[in-house]
Every structure is written in structure tokens, then in C-alpha cells.
Design a protein around this ligand. Structure first.
Ligand code: OXD
Ligand code: MN
Length: 601
């Protein structure tokens, strides 16, 4: 199927494993044409051009901006049909969605059989993590979607040259994707046959009958599972974390943080807080470094962010990025006359236009009889980080950056305080492991239900929780310079109203940064160290020019003992079901509960 040019590109890699995978994919998916891509601008331009010509993307008025729509039924990650393939008789954890390997493979391969008939197959090479780095993992993506390939050229580092360095080895990740049969809107027809099956031992993922990037883009939410498995069987970590630099004014220093939050809980907007620098907003690899710190890199080089609520007031940095000239894809927004509109953009939305349901009119019902939102709540933008004014100069450093603090956060209306620091490393592992969050639109299912989400990594967890927690505990033992561990909650409410404004997170960041350097004292409570009122008052004034009253402080930082004990009970129940939990972890769980009980009245 390959012409001379394409064959040469493939053969120049000198890797039989890749050739075999490409041959097998061609035989299975039966495309009409196959194109092998390199890192060249010419190849990237080709992907961009065809994604518009074949209708997967449409140009918007702003130069470089395009819009893509996913099927009405494919607007978020499909957790139910994303499964780890597990050999017969093996058990992993109650937290992990698995299916029997042989049968699962048979099923997904049968759906991929002939899935590219009449279509062009793209064979693309990327690199997870910076190239020329100990962190780098070369990744092969085969897909029939130019939108997927285009997204990946924005989101990931080019990897054709990196693959050459493999010297013929099979140490790479492999993703095979097909959008399957398409309807007249170029959307996946057979959503009932959507499958995302992960073969951990084979370092490969098969995904079919979908287009939403969380399901289709191999290198993002699918690679995180392969990397998490690899990391937890080696000596490093793969986390659902941003990486950012915090720059306190007048102190002439930068402190790097990583932060894990469940989807749609303010993770990207934390990494994009004004005055700070971003390295990555979603996935980090962390390794113990020879300076005694844990170093982190961004696995990606772009952002696939939620556009809802991005407006000049709450997210000024992101708003500017998505409304200025650059290469950008928006998805599942409302389009009128070549202009995108989204929920919470700070303007009234048009009553008619084109959106994820097709031609849109206010109050219309979708094919499932539900009301159609003008733009989907999980509508997204895709951009490159290095083009941003707030990109950190070390974003591509092959050594990563030394980390001063880990932040865990969730969407919690009534239990935890806005910011706290753990009492110790092992208590911090407990704090991370007991993140709870009210569900959102980033995954299919009902929104607003409280769910336990250890390290905000639950959706991507592919090793038993006991092993995962043990590796976190161990990390602390290997480091001379331990990061401090923090927990934040931006979503505390009273009488159904948020107690904090969206940009208050800047103050929490500056307080955490100061704690890393010993600048602030703190109050010890049963759940961790909390800030002193005076420090916050000053920080609110300096950073946001806001008067922070003692009354604000009391409402936000009251230790809600009853609610926390209810949470402790919920945690006991979920962890009781798990085997092989590290003793140190169980002890932290029991001790926090005891500390809280002494305050119960
Ligand atoms: C994401 C997610 O898109 O977590 O980052 O869903
Ligand atoms: Mn994410």
C-alpha cells in the first residue's frame, strides 16, 4: 500500500517492530491510502490542510482558528467502555474497569476490522515528555482522523527523529484509532460500538468508534494509563498533574509546583493564574533527580482545555490566548458567522447557530429528547503552550524542573478548607489519596455527585491502589528535598453561594509558595496546617487588592469536624475493600480520624 516515498520514511527508522505494527494495522483496518508522517513542517501542513478539506474541521474567522464537532453522543470520556485488558483469572482492584483480555481483544479488533475502508490511514510519530531526555517515551499513533492527528501536532512534541534513537527496539507506546463509519456530519455512527481497550503489557491501546479527544487522541488520556503502569513498575511516577512556576512578587525566585485535580475543577486555570508561568496543565512524569529533588516534566506541549467560564475577568490569561491569532482548534462550541461562542464567556449567547447537535435554535431538543445547550459544557480549546506569554522558559528542559510542592484539589461544597498543608509526607499521601470531588461534564454520567478520586488519578489508575500508594510513600523516602504537600478547595459554598472568587486561588498559590520557603507560620489542626488570618489579609491586599475580613476567614477556614468525620467514614469504607494497603497509609487514616474525634462535641 505504500509508495516509494512513504516506504522510505518508514524504513529509515530501521525498526522492524514499527513496520510490523503498520502492516498489521493496514491488514486489519483496510484503508484506501496510507501516509507516513515525519516531523517536517510540510507534513504538519498536510495534516492541517486535509482536516479542513475533509470537513473534520472548519475554518473560523480568526486566522489559524478552526472548529471541530464530535458526535452528539461523544462529548466526553467514555469511562464505561474504557477498559484494561486483563489476562483470565487476574484481579486488579475494585477501582479499575477491566475486561478479560482475549475476549476484549477479539471484540475491539472485530470493530476495527475494515474500519478505514475508503479512508486514509495516518501513521504519526510523537514523543511524550521532552525529547533527548530520560523522561522521553516515543509514541506511535495510527489513526484515520485528521482532527486527531492535527490535535496531536499541537499537543505533543514531534517524535519521528526520537524514534530513530530507539535503534530498533520495541520500547515505545502504540495507539491505533479509528473513528469508524461516519454519518453525513462526519461523526462516528456506531457509538454503541465505541470501545477503548488498553493492553498494559503490550504498551498499546485500541480505540474505535469515537472522535472526542479524551477517547481518541492516543497520547493524552490513553497514554497516561500506559505510562502509569510503566512508572509504577519502575521507579518513577506518572500523575494527572499540571506543572507550573509560582513567582512571588519582590522575592526574585520561582518555585515549581505540580497539581492534581479531577477534570473541570480548576486545574488549567490554576496553571494559568496571572503572574505565574506554565509548563503543563494536565499530565506530568516525576523522577527522583540527583539534586535530591523530585523533577517533573510536562508530558505534552499543549493544552486541551475546557472553554466554559473562560472570560476576561475570571481567566484573563486563557481568554487572551483563545481570542488571539494562533493555531487553535475549538470543539463543540456554538458557531455563528465563523465566530465561536461558549458558556460563561461573559456575553449573552446567540439564540441560533451551529453546534454539537447540528443547526441550533434556542429551546430545541436533541435526538435523545434532552434540551440542547448552546455550547457543550465540555467544549474545549486546543493550543500550544510555548506560544503563550506565560510559558515557562524551562518547559522543554530535558531535566524537568525541581518541585517544591504538590497540590491536590477537588470540587467540595461543604467539607474541606480552601487551602491546607499536610502534617508530613505520609499524611500528604493520605491527603492526596482521599481527594473527593463532585462530578462534572468531562466524563459521561450524572454531574454533581461526590466521588472519591485518589490523587485525582482514579480514571487513569491501572495498578492496584496499594501499590500506587506505596510508590508515593517510597518517593518521599528517596528525596533529600521533599516537596510539601497541599490540598486546595476552590468550591466551598454557603447557602449555595461560593465563598471564594475564582481568582482567589492566586492567594492560595502565593501562601503555599511562601510555606515552601518558611515565610509564613501556620496553625496546626487535625487535618493539616492552615494559614493565619494576618498573612492572608496581606496577601489578598497585595495580590488582588481585596479586603479580606476576619469573617471571610472564619467562614472559609472553620474546621468542619462533623463533615470531616463523615468523610473519614466514607474513606474507611472505600479503602477497606482494597487489599495490600501500605501500613503507613492505614495508620495515617486512623490517626486523622482520632485527631478529629477529640474535637467532636
Ligand atoms: C482532561 C480530563 O481533558 O481530565 O484533561 O478530562
Ligand atoms: Mn485531565
Amino acid at each position: 500500500m505504500l509508495d516509494e516515498k512513504n516506504r522510505k520514511i518508514l524504513e529509515d527508522l530501521g525498526n522492524e517492530h514499527i513496520i510490523k505494527k503498520v502492516e498489521e494495522a493496514i491488514e486489519l483496518c483496510k484503508p484506501e491510502k496510507v501516509t507516513i508522517l515525519t516531523d517536517s513542517q510540510e507534513d504538519i501542513d498536510y495534516i492541517r490542510k486535509i482536516s479542513k478539506e475533509n470537513g473534520e474541521e472548519k475554518p473560523l474567522t480568526m486566522k489559524g482558528h478552526t472548529v471541530h464537532f464530535d458526535s452528539y453522543y461523544d462529548q466526553a470520556r467514555d469511562k464505561e467502555n474504557t477498559k484494561v485488558l486483563l489476562p483470565k483469572g487476574k484481579y486488579m482492584s475494585d477501582f479499575i474497569n477491566t475486561t478479560e483480555k482475549e475476549q476484549g481483544l477479539k471484540e475491539v479488533l472485530s470493530f476495527l476490522d475494515g474500519s478505514m475502508k475508503g479512508k486514509e490511514m495516518l501513521v504519526c510519530f510523537f514523543c511524550l515528555g521532552p525529547c533527548n531526555s530520560k523522561f522521553a517515551i516515543p509514541s506511535l499513533q495510527i489513526t484515520d482522523s485528521f482532527y486527531v492527528a492535527h490535535s496531536e501536532t499541537i499537543l505533543f512534541r514531534p517524535g519521528y527523529e526520537e524514534f530513530k534513537k530507539l535503534n530498533g527496539s520495541d520500547k515505545f507506546f502504540y495507539f491505533l484509532h479509528s473513528a469508524g463509519e461516519l454519518d453525513e456530519r462526519n461523526n462516528t455512527k456506531n457509538i454503541d460500538k465505541r470501545r477503548i481497550y488498553i493492553d498494559l503489557e503490550g504498551s498499546r491501546v485500541f480505540t474505535v468508534n469515537n472522535q472526542y479527544a479524551g477517547n481518541s487522541v492516543g497520547l493524552k488520556k490513553l497514554a497516561i494509563r500506559l505510562a502509569l503502569y510503566k512508572a509504577n513498575h519502575e521507579d518513577w511516577l506518572c500523575e494527572h498533574m499540571f506543572v507550573m512556576g509560582v513567582h512571588p512578587e519582590g522575592k526574585n525566585r520561582v518555585t515549581y509546583f505540580t497539581g492534581a485535580f479531577p477534570s473541570a475543577c480548576g486545574k488549567t486555570s490554576t496553571a494559568m493564574v496571572p503572574g505565574q508561568t506554565i509548563i503543563g496543565d494536565d499530565i506530568a512524569y516525576l523522577r527522583v533527580w540527583n539534586d535530591g529533588y523530585v523533577h517533573a516534566v510536562n508530558v505534552e506541549q499543549g493544552i486541551f482545555g475546557i472553554i466554559q467560564d473562560v472570560n476576561p475577568e475570571d481567566d484573563p490569561v486563557i481568554y487572551k490566548a483563545v481570542t488571539t491569532l494562533r493555531e487553535l482548534i475549538v470543539s463543540n462550541v456554538l458557531v455563528v458567522d465563523g465566530k465561536p461562542h461558549w458558556l460563561g464567556m461573559g456575553q449573552d449567547l446567540p439564540k441560533e447557530g451551529y453546534n454539537y447537535a447540528g443547526d441550533y435554535k434556542e429551546e430545541m431538543k436533541g435526538p435523545d429528547g434532552e434540551s440542547v445547550s448552546p455550547a457543550n459544557k465540555n467544549a474545549r480549546y486546543t493550543i500550544r503552550i510555548k506560544e503563550l506569554d506565560n510559558a515557562d522558559p524551562d518547559a522543554d528542559n530535558p531535566d524537568g524542573v525541581p518541585i517544591g510542592g504538590f497540590i491536590y484539589g477537588g470540587r467540595d461544597s461543604d467539607t474541606s478548607v480552601p487551602v491546607l498543608e499536610s502534617l508530613s509526607w505520609s499524611h500528604g499521601v493520605y491527603v492526596g489519596a482521599t481527594v473527593e470531588s463532585e462530578t462534572t461534564a468531562a466524563a459521561i454520567g450524572q454531574a454533581g455527585i461526590r466521588k472519591h478520586n485518589p490523587m485525582a488519578n482514579l480514571d487513569f489508575l491501572v495498578v492496584p491502589v496499594g501499590l500506587y500508594l506505596k510508590n508515593h510513600l517510597e518517593l518521599g523516602k528517596k528525596l533529600k528535598n521533599l516537596p510539601k504537600i497541599f490540598h486546595t478547595n476552590y468550591f466551598l459554598k454557603e447557602n449555595d453561594k461560593y465563598l471564594n472568587a475564582i481568582l482567589d486561588k492566586k492567594v492560595w498559590l502565593l501562601w503555599m509558595e511562601g510555606r515552601v520557603h518558611g515565610d509564613y507560620e501556620a496553625i496546626e489542626t487535625p487535618i493539616g496546617f492552615i494559614p493565619k488570618y494576618e498573612d492572608l489579609r496581606k496577601l489578598f491586599k497585595e495580590a488582588l487588592n481585596k479586603e479580606y475580613t476576619e469573617d471571610d476567614y472564619k467562614k472559609q477556614f472553620t474546621i468542619r469536624v462533623k463533615k470531616l468525620l463523615e468523610k473519614a467514614e466514607r474513606m474507611k469504607e472505600v479503602f477497606e475493600k482494597e487489599k495490600d494497603l501500605p501500613e503507613e497509609f492505614v495508620k495515617e487514616m486512623e490517626e486523622e480520624r482520632k485527631r478529629l474525634e477529640t474535637y467532636e462535641s
